[in-house]
Design a binder for this molecule. Structure first.
Ligand code: UD1
Ligand code: UDP
Length: 382
């Protein structure tokens, strides 16, 4: 029976690995250990409990305001004894965070094979997203098995010399999670009520059930935008909130102090229809996405989720590794340019950028985790 250790640390890793953990646990031929690095101690607990996952190991690396070096060193140091003791057949990491990269490196030192979920995403610019593009490249060099969400990601890997036999195209596991939650929100009244209660707890009247408000949802946290980029984004949001006073702009602010301080300084208490709130748990966040008229974000995961539910997105980045969404017509790249952000949002509000309520499965059909577990089981048999 192959043993797999799944390492996660941040919010997107918890969301995107939850379906993989559940599918692996459901497989009679796999022994699964879940290891939380604790990089996002505050933001992963609710997600894991929503999916009924209790980590077996908590590396507890989070310290306020820590540097990338701090996280890398702490994960390397704390994971080493875990791998030495458990000796798993596979270590699974997801995406491009510091937790994922450091865990892959720790596995390399321990001579544990690495399987990489969400492999092959590339912008071609090692500074954007920073440091994630470099983390992706380094994890690819280490990994033995590469789960590419889309054909384009597999093609990137092949161009870099990864043998095709080591690549499996799976779809995005984040879409598995999203479809599962949307299905449960529709089928489970009590779960839907608890999501609404979490929105009520924000004390924003526009988020109350039946308020019928027009909602614009915003997230932003990319390190390469810190400084001028973030100030431009804030200026665009203030301009939009003034120009469209009947709409409510809801911004769950990422806990990174650099983000918090800038957003609070530039936008705090400024306009009655611009609401800065705490990060939302995944369940109420999904409910809010389904209600949103438009989403402005620099998040990778939200760029994948929004097309799946037919939502238009303005991407607050100069460059994206998720180009398929742009081709659906639901995603526009505005960068951190104030005028472009305002122009694209105005186009959406004024009917010059029509919605597509039918959505698109371009990022996945909800069965990625199943494919990953089947491929791991097959490769472990050979
Ligand atoms: C990290 C990932 C990024 C991912 C993002 C998702 C890296 C290098 N970056 O960025 O790829 O897109 O997560 O959100 O791995 N903090 C808390 N509580 C939390 C989480 C963070 O207080 O639950 C604060 C801490 O002060 C922490 C800071 O935010 O030091 C930054 O967190 P960190 O994980 O270093 O980077 P992110 O910007 O969140
Ligand atoms: N998300 C959430 N609450 C929030 C903001 C985002 O649950 O307040 C979810 C969102 O649905 C997506 C994921 O978190 O699945 C994206 O995480 P993030 O933007 O932190 O990271 P990225 O995708 O950029 O790596």
């Amino acid at each position: 029976m192959p043993s797999v250790t799944v390492v996660l640390g941040t919010r997107p890793e918890a969301i995107k690995l939850a379906p993989v953990i559940l599918a692996a646990r459901a497989s009679p031929s796999m022994a699964v250990t879940v290891c939380n690095t604790g990089q996002h101690a505050d933001m992963t607990a609710g997600i894991l409990s929503l999916f009924g996952i209790v980590p077996d190991i908590d590396l507890a690396v989070m310290k306020p305001n820590q540097s990338l070096t701090d996280i890398t060193g702490a994960v390397l140091r704390t994971l080493e004894p875990v791998l030495g003791e458990r000796r798993p057949d596979w270590l699974i990491v997801q995406g491009d965070t510091t937790s994922a990269f450091a865990a892959a490196l720790a596995a390399f030192y321990a001579r544990t094979p690495v399987a990489h979920v969400e492999a092959g995403l590339r912008t071609g610019d090692i500074h954007a997203p920073w440091p994630e593009e470099m983390n992706r490249l380094l994890i690819t060099d280490i990994a033995r098995l590469h789960f590419a969400p889309l054909e384009s990601n597999a093609a990137n890997l092949q161009r870099e010399g990864v043998p095709p036999a080591r690549i499996v195209v799976t779809g995005n596991t984040g879409i598995d999670a999203l479809k599962w939650i949307i299905g449960r929100l529709a089928a489970d009244k009590r779960l839907a009520e608890s999501a609404q209660r979490a929105l009520d707890a924000t004390k924003v009247d526009a988020l109350r059930a039946g308020a019928g408000a027009q909602i614009v949802l915003i997230t932003g946290h990319r390190r390469e935008s810190f400084g001028e980029g973030f100030r431009n984004i804030c200026a665009a949001l203030a301009e939009l909130a003034r120009r469209f006073p009947e709409r409510h702009f809801i911004y769950p602010v990422h806990p990174n102090p650099e983000v918090r301080d800038t957003v609070q300084r530039e936008l705090g208490g400024m306009l009655a229809n611009l609401h800065l709130i705490e990060p939302l748990d995944y369940l109420p966040f999904v409910l809010l996405m389904t209600r949103a008229e438009l989403i402005l974000t620099d998040s990778g995961g939200i760029q994948e989720e929004a097309p799946s539910i037919g939502k238009r997105v303005i991407v607050l980045r100069q460059i994206t590794e998720r180009t398929e969404g742009v081709e659906t017509g639901l995603i526009r790249l505005a960068g951190t340019d104030r005028a472009r952000i305002v122009a694209d949002a105005a186009a959406a509000f004024e009917g010059r950028w029509p919605p597509k309520p039918e959505g698109s499965d371009v990022y996945g059909d909800g069965r990625a985790a199943e494919r990953i577990v089947a491929a791991l089981a097959a490769v472990s048999r050979t």
